[in-house]
Design a protein around this ligand. Sequence first.
Ligand code: ADP
Ligand code: ASP
Ligand code: MG
Length: 400
Amino acid sequence: MGLIVQKFGGSSVADAERVKNVARIVTDTYKQGNDVVVVVSAQGDTTDDLIAKAGEVNPHPAKREMDQLMAAGEQISISLLAMAIEGMGFPVISLLGWQAGFNTNSIYGSARIKNIRPNRLQAELAKHNIVVVAGFQGINRYDDLTTLGRGGSDTSAVAIAAALRADRCQIFTDVEGVYTADPRKVEGAKKLDEITYDEMLELATLGAQVLNNRSVEMAKKYGVELEVLSSLNPIPGTIVKEHIKMEKMLIRGVTKDTDVALVSILGLKDTPGVAFKIFAKLAQKNMNVDIILQSFGRDGTKDLIFTVSKDNGEPAVKLLEDMLDDCRIVCNTNVAKVSIVGAGMESHPGTASKMFEALFESNINIQMISTSEIKISVIIDAEEADRAVSAIHKAFIPND
Ligand code: ADP
Ligand code: ASP
Ligand code: MG
């Protein structure tokens, strides 16, 4: 018995049958004597559909209005789930983000949670209500609605678990846990029993959609252990925590991220301070730069190549064209980042060469490489990304 936070993603509440299925999981947990807070996402593709609707009336809507619109998706699912739970004879109340005390900053579209005022949540739990909370949303200091960025409901759930010091935080989704690669795309992907916060954070940041990276960051910060599991198949999932049993696995997962643009500045004057000026300018505009490659100078010039997210590609080119003369700046959005992640690689020489060999054997050219203690990423042609993930996965995690 204790306080359990359960989060259900869009596909878990996609239609009436799925909503009733979630109601059964939640009420079973409640019947066992637990307090239950449930966080839900918008049904199925609702958020995508809302974004498409916005595009029909204005190709560049204000971000504030986008948040007003997108927050509607979760409002539908919390009320429907509450009705389903009520229909099964259990005490329940649904709360929007602001009613549940979610205070955020004012970055519409990717707001960060500043704090949760837990009074209302606690009062409802004290009345023995099952509390159903809208994920992905909060309110800023101007009383405007904000959203937390795509996949943000995971973060809402972790934030509640941290604020209420919950005994468990379960993230229910449409696969049975965290796998060594996307199980829908990669044959032979294996479910992991456990994974560390650091490895999960890398996987999530590098493209594994199963958990939002900010939710993992927050779980690590507040020591919230996560359980990722299926809402359709009641079997144990994957535990995400600080320390895990050492498994004989060199790498924990392979991911791809196609939200990448490669910006190349060719023939840049080779003078001190030029890199500083370029990256300071990009930072000023909140453009997050990922991998950076600089060539040796020759004839007084050099090339500087870096990656940003796709939507920042062309704006970065424009910004730099206004600032730099005498060089050519080009943007290539037809690239992807493929990565391997695992704490084991730090102490195993040859990990990089094994990854590069798998790419070589598949005749895939590497355009850029970046490494850290627990990950290696390469930039390759977007068309090759799925083939690359499968080849690398096969090299490191052979089929049984
Ligand atoms: P939800 O709607 O429940 O939040 P998401 O669609 O955001 O679900 O995330 C679940 C999906 O993440 C899965 O359907 C799967 O295709 C994808 N995925 C990508 N990489 C992985 C991975 N390494 N392990 C598990 N699932 C992954
Ligand atoms: N509904 C939001 C989205 O589609 C939030 C979430 O699913 O976590 O991104
Ligand atoms: Mg999600």
